[in-house]
Design a binder for this molecule. Structure first.
Ligand SMILES: *[C@@H]1O[C@H](CO)[C@@H](O)[C@H](O)[C@H]1NC(C)=O
Ligand SMILES: *[C@@H]1O[C@H](CO)[C@@H](O)[C@H](O)[C@H]1NC(C)=O
Ligand SMILES: *[C@@H]1O[C@H](CO)[C@@H](O)[C@H](O)[C@H]1NC(C)=O
Ligand SMILES: *[C@@H]1O[C@H](CO)[C@@H](O)[C@H](O)[C@H]1NC(C)=O
Length: 340
């Protein structure tokens, strides 16, 4: 009996303590929901300072641009250098880091993360050796970047349909920087001995206006998606926009086929390396029948092309990635990383 009284007392104690704890928690919860009280401040937005805007034309950047345009919350984007001391992340586009241009801030706040940004390939990236032990994260077209920023991607689309534009010629190529020493120039020169290539762009004195590009190249059955240099993952708008979005079949020159197949279906493109000679490639293109040609568009039944062109979208993606990024690590040798 004494025992049961004891048990009853213990039970009452337990109930009372649960009640008190609940009240205590409730008080805390009520405070929290009011946004007052200790330890209950609403989470501060991440401040991302873009030290120099990566493109020449600076778009409008409101504080809440990431939420307004891309529904990414908790992020404040700015280009105002005086906010350096509040910035959680500072973004440095390589194209604006060249010697003689704006330099880095003199000091780096503890816990602040600096991001090195580049969409150019190592062949077109100078003076990387200066930046040992400087950057926490890299943001490039390389898949193994901390923040991966491809030029484009295929997105699944249940309502997608095949749509092949009408064709009036065989092959086209848009080229603005032609250098005889580039691999793509040599391949073009050899290939054009076997078939006619419609060449547009500054290099050929036939520049295409922005709005003319897609309607023009879409009239060709094939497009020479030749990269300016050959590097892992370096697959640019020549594939995504000028070929796939335009509705023409890409003939690619770039990293190996297996690398392309990490981005697009194997049957959506032709690789220069698929052939023993450029004469064979030319014959393949010239003699292709229409049923074979249409097979290259099978991807259009399942996917749409998503282009990334707006730097605001790329920079806002840092916020979404932030919680998963490593903290406290610096790239000891950026040059070796980028050239690997
Ligand atoms: C999906 O495909 C349809 C039909 O082609 C197109 O109108 C729509 O914009 C596509 N959706 C996306 C997200 O690309
Ligand atoms: C282009 O043609 C030249 C001369 O026939 C040849 O030496 C060279 O290997 C060819 N290059 C390619 C990439 O096919
Ligand atoms: C079209 O070309 C493919 C591949 O060369 C061939 O297998 C097929 O028989 C051809 N179809 C017709 C209708 O000629
Ligand atoms: C950067 O680091 C690499 C590898 O440790 C070293 O070879 C190179 O000299 C360093 N560069 C500078 C400018 O210190």
């Amino acid at each position: 009996m004494g025992n049961s009284v004891g048990t009853g007392k213990q039970r009452a104690l337990v109930i009372a303590s649960v009640f008190v704890t609940t009240l205590w928690n409730l008080r805390f919860f009520l405070n929290l929901s009011k946004g007052s009280g200790e330890g209950s401040k609403p989470r501060e937005p991440l401040v991302i300072l873009v030290w120099e805007w990566p493109s020449k034309q600076v778009p409008s950047i409101s504080r809440d641009v990431c939420q307004e345009l891309y529904s990414i919350t908790g992020c404040q984007l700015t280009t105002e250098k005086q906010l350096l001391h509040q910035a959680n992340v500072v973004v440095f586009p390589h194209s604006r880091l060249q010697p003689g241009r704006d330099k880095l801030p003199k000091e780096k706040l503890p816990g602040q993360n600096w991001v090195w940004v580049s969409l150019e390939s190592p062949s077109n990236t100078r003076a990387l050796a200066e930046w040992n032990q400087t950057f926490n994260w890299v943001m490039t077209y390389r898949q193994d970047s901390d923040i991966f920023i491809p030029y484009g991607k295929l997105v699944p689309n249940r309502s997608a349909t095949v749509n092949i534009p009408a064709k009036t010629n065989l092959v086209s190529w848009v080229i603005s920087n032609y250098h005889r020493t580039q691999k793509r120039a040599e391949v073009y020169k050899n290939l054009s001995r076997y078939l006619h290539v419609n060449v547009y762009g500054k290099a050929n004195n036939k520049p295409l206006c922005k709005e003319c590009l897609l309607p023009t190249v879409s009239k060709s059955k094939f497009y020479l998606a030749f990269e300016n240099s050959i590097h892992r993952d370096y697959i640019t708008e020549k594939l995504w926009r000028n070929s796939l979005l335009a509705g023409t079949v890409p003939v690619v020159l770039g990293p190996p086929r297996a690398n392309y197949e990490q981005f697009v279906p194997a049957d959506s493109f032709i690789h220069v390396n698929d052939f023993d000679s450029l004469e064979e490639l030319a014959t393949f293109l010239k003699t292709m029948n229409s049923s074979r040609y249409q097979q290259f568009f099978a991807w259009q039944k399942r996917f749409s092309v998503k282009l990334y062109t707006d730097w605001r979208e790329r920079i806002c993606s840092i916020c979404a990635a932030y919680p998963l990024l490593p903290h406290g690590h610096l790239y000891p040798d950026l040059q070796s990383w980028f050239n690997s």
